[in-house]
Ligand binder design. Structure first.
Ligand code: BG6
Ligand code: MG
Length: 219
């Protein structure tokens, strides 16, 4: 019996995954590192500093910067990103998400957020959906990022539910792996290829229908 949904944010509730890419792309260009959209798939769901480390590794620049310099680069990306999310409004919810959240509420299913983003709570406010979520996992308190299951296990705990009573929704490969490892039913949004490991996958958010998901998760 499913009692809770645990959502990723970027790329699931709103298209901020695109803004993360744009901000990282600008940083990568500056560092003369060839970041493209394919490589960007590997950054989805990954924390800010881990993303920077992956970009530096891509450019064979792993040892080029001190810890302090890397902090500065990560801050710079984040300032750039914050400018891109300034104008986020409820109209930026991805297609079908407002309906899905309304259906979940009507069904009495409880909601948690499991995003690696420290900007998550601000974006939820801007989207006008913060009040719908009972609890938000604080990414600053995590020992391990996705694909480790920690963030989804915490999400279930914060809802005081067992993993088996929850559904997790993700657009990142690392996120699907994290949900699966937590023993939670995984729903993926993305191409078949990217969402291969999801228990149930759809191509777009407007295909996320509560009844379809519950049928699959409870079967
Ligand atoms: C995840 C995104 O949700 O949050 C990643 O998929 C991002 O792309 C990560 O790097 C951390 O976000 P932030 O806002 O804390 O830099
Ligand atoms: Mg995401």
């Amino acid at each position: 019996m499913i009692k809770g949904f645990i959502f990723d944010l970027d790329g699931v509730l709103t298209d901020t995954a695109e803004y993360h890419y744009q901000a990282w792309k600008r940083m990568a260009d500056k560092l003369t590192i060839p970041l493209d959209r394919e490589m960007n798939e590997q950054l989805k769901g990954i924390s800010r500093m881990d993303s920077l480390d992956r970009i530096l590794a891509l450019g064979n620049q792993t040892d080029r910067y001190s810890v302090e310099e890397k902090e500065r680069l990560a801050d710079e990306k984040n300032e750039d990103y914050k400018k891109l999310i300034l104008d986020v409004t409820p109209a930026d919810l991805l297609p079908g998400i407002a309906e899905l959240l309304a259906d979940l509420k009507a069904a009495g299913i409880r909601l948690a957020l499991a995003s690696a983003s420290k900007n998550g709570p601000v974006i939820m406010e801007k989207l006008g959906i913060a009040d719908l979520f009972e609890t938000v996992v604080d990414p600053a308190g995590l020992k391990n990022g996705k694909p480790d299951p920690e963030i989804f296990i915490k999400g279930a705990e914060q809802l005081q539910l067992k993993p088996k009573e929850c559904v997790g929704v993700e657009d990142a490969q690392a996120g699907i792996e994290a949900i699966n490892a937590a023993g939670i039913f995984s729903v993926g949004v993305g191409t078949k290829e990217m969402m291969e490991k999801a228990d149930y996958a759809v191509a777009n958010t407007n295909e996320l229908k509560l009844m379809d998901i519950l049928k699959k998760a409870n079967s």
